[in-house]
Design a protein. Structure first.
Length: 327
């Protein structure tokens, strides 16, 4: 049970709630400044699949007449390495904030997140993660009081798709568009490239397709593979989100997954592949490019992106709790 104000009740989310949930996120965006605009189809890809058990791992808070005023979801990350991360996501409609709804949902997420960890990976340390964006001061206060600590800072970076350089030639490297017969090879290259990155997890085939190459937004024609001796040594996977374009009037190419295998680093492959993806995106009519990067990325990616003309537009802070309820 959730300790909610009078006149509000909680129940699991269903697929029928997705349009209302998308409306809730849209109402919150001017306040929260996440830089994301999600429609019902985006939420369906994120929540309504084998990765999220909506009946058990979600909550919708509704008024007596059925209006949706808040949502909360718990997402168990698959493909663990050193620990098991559980993502706590959700939103309270701005008109309903300050009434204890967010606190009640976070209390439920903490309990459910701990249960999910014990269910899925009790043999590993568990971590509950919450993303806090610039406008989410009340959420930051909530997670701080709940025992979370600020663990990592991720920069959203953008650049206009004008004044682009030519993609530099790298000896022994062939830049080619993404090809579906290499999808699993790219997945395995991604897992290998991110072994030394903070909080990274192995992506199995199901998760890979559900979150990356199987989404509506993925654009294989704007994605680039770097081949060395015929094998994938680097990659840039690009997506274009229709809901973002509708909300902002700007078509942005989002460089979502970028990596170079460790033996191939230091040769300029990342720069060449990114520039190739930017030029393809500009030719397809995109106006800007965006990406998100860990500001302490061990490969020096933050500095690379700045040298390629990207500038920071906002910073997301990842707050983490390692003292799970019941442990």
């Amino acid at each position: 049970m959730l300790d909610l104000p009078a006149g509000l009740t909680a129940r699991p989310l269903t697929a029928d709630d997705l349009p209302a949930a998308a409306g809730l996120f849209a109402a919150a965006e001017p306040v929260d400044d996440t830089g994301e605009h999600l429609d019902a189809d985006d939420l369906a890809e994120w929540w309504v699949d084998d990765l999220v058990d909506l009946p058990r791992d979600s909550r919708a808070v509704c008024t007596d007449d059925g209006a949706l005023v808040a949502v909360a979801v718990v997402v168990s990350m698959s493909g663990v390495r050193e620990d098991h991360r559980v993502l706590l996501d959700g939103r309270v409609h701005p008109a309903w904030r300050g009434r204890g709804i967010g606190r009640a949902l976070l209390d439920w997420q903490l309990r459910r997140g701990a249960e999910v960890h014990r269910r899925d990976h009790p043999e590993l340390p568990g971590r509950l993660d919450v993303s806090v964006y610039p406008g989410m001061g009340s959420l930051e206060s909530l997670v701080r009081r709940a025992g979370f600590t600020a663990e990592r800072w991720y920069a959203d970076m953008e650049r206009p798709l004008t004044g682009l350089p030519e993609a530099p030639a790298v000896p022994g490297v062939e830049l080619v568009p993404f090809a579906w017969d290499r999808d699993d090879e790219v997945r395995r290259a991604h897992n290998a490239a991110f072994t030394d990155h903070h909080g990274s997890a192995e992506r199995d085939a199901t998760t890979w397709r559900a979150w990356f190459t199987g989404t509506r937004a993925f654009r294989p024609d704007l994605s680039v593979l770097a081949l060395v001796d015929g094998a994938v040594a680097g990659y840039v996977l690009t997506s274009v989100y229709e809901a973002d374009t509708r909300a902002t009037g700007v078509q942005q190419a989002h460089l979502g997954q970028l990596g170079v295998l460790r033996p191939a680093r230091g040769r300029g492959i990342a720069s060449a592949a990114i520039v190739a993806a930017l030029r393809a995106s500009a030719a397809a009519g995109c106006h800007t490019a965006g990406l998100q990067v860990d500001t302490e990325n061990p490969t020096g990616a933050f500095g690379l992106y700045r040298r390629l003309g990207f500038t920071r537009v906002r910073t997301r802070v990842q707050w983490t709790c390692t003292r799970l309820p019941g442990t």
